[in-house]
Design a protein around this ligand. Sequence first.
Ligand SMILES: NC(=O)C1=CN([C@@H]2O[C@H](COP(=O)(O)OP(=O)(O)OC[C@H]3O[C@@H](n4cnc5c(N)ncnc54)[C@H](OP(=O)(O)O)[C@@H]3O)[C@@H](O)[C@H]2O)C=CC1
Ligand SMILES: O=C1Nc2ccccc2C1=O
Length: 287
Amino acid sequence: MSGSISYTLNSGNTIPKVGLGVYKTSPEVAENIVYEALKAGYRHVDSAALYKNEKEVCEGIAKWLAEDPANKREDLFYTTKVYDDHHGYELTKKSVAESLEKAAKIGYIDLVLMHSPKSDYEKRHGSWKALQEAVAEGKVKNIGVSNYGVKHLNELLAYKDLKIKPAVNQIEVHPWLMRSELCKYCHEQGILIEAYSPLAKARKFDDPDLQTLASKLGKSAGQILIAWSLAKGYVVLPKTETKARLVPNLEVFDIKLSEEDLALLEKPNEYFTTGWDPTVYPLDDEK
Ligand SMILES: NC(=O)C1=CN([C@@H]2O[C@H](COP(=O)(O)OP(=O)(O)OC[C@H]3O[C@@H](n4cnc5c(N)ncnc54)[C@H](OP(=O)(O)O)[C@@H]3O)[C@@H](O)[C@H]2O)C=CC1
Ligand SMILES: O=C1Nc2ccccc2C1=O
């Protein structure tokens, strides 16, 4: 099934290439859209403590698991994140424990991310220590970061007590925000890129080059953008709470973008962010 097509992480575990994003998906909507997504073939959901829908997301997963013995927990991938106000060893332990409690019906969490690097050296270091311990304890399978720039990754990779490298760096990336240097660095370090806001929040759908490609290939603008992330080798996290968009956003694996197509679409000199950009957050000695 297309939703289960996977990459292998540096931990040795696999991760489905397409995940459903649930930022701003209200708790009232989350359980049902996640359940519908799983029925439609999705096998990966991206939440966060910040999104205030972890419990409902896990209820949607649990409902799908309970409905058929063929639906297996090990075929699913559930991500959550520790927010910046829970950096530091003790607070990160607490955040992970709370996320695990909300995920009780699904048994474990596949991936926990540092939501951003926005604190200081000591807190980030304490958080990473707590995340490494969570993996050792067994209820968290993989750990990674989000919104880390090269400097934050360099800092982390130099920890004397580093036992686990980040499996992923989840960042905003799309043809109008290429982040070539950061993506190259992650690739060299064996850290998989997860593309967030991969549709640029639907704000670039009228781009003439995107429209040209969509017409040529007979696909929607959204499908071309999801296929772009896949062509670059990234995990891609399109968000929708519109049931009718779930299947089209997953029907992207047959889209072949040529080098010419990529060159037409990509705008490496643009810096179009749709939200925050903590990759530029200063290290302690830059403050
Ligand atoms: N780590 C981080 O700091 C961040 C992580 N993320 C993660 O990435 C996910 C995706 O990013 P997000 O910022 O939500 O934005 P996306 O780029 O995924 O865009 C989502 C928007 O596009 C609309 N949309 C979805 N599919 C289509 C389609 N086929 N045609 C037209 N419109 C469409 C959605 O509307 P509708 O829902 O109404 O269908 C919604 O308004 C988040 O949900 C979150 O999981 C995002 C930002 C920051
Ligand atoms: O999806 C997200 N949108 C955001 C906006 C601001 C801070 C964090 C996030 C997310 O994780």
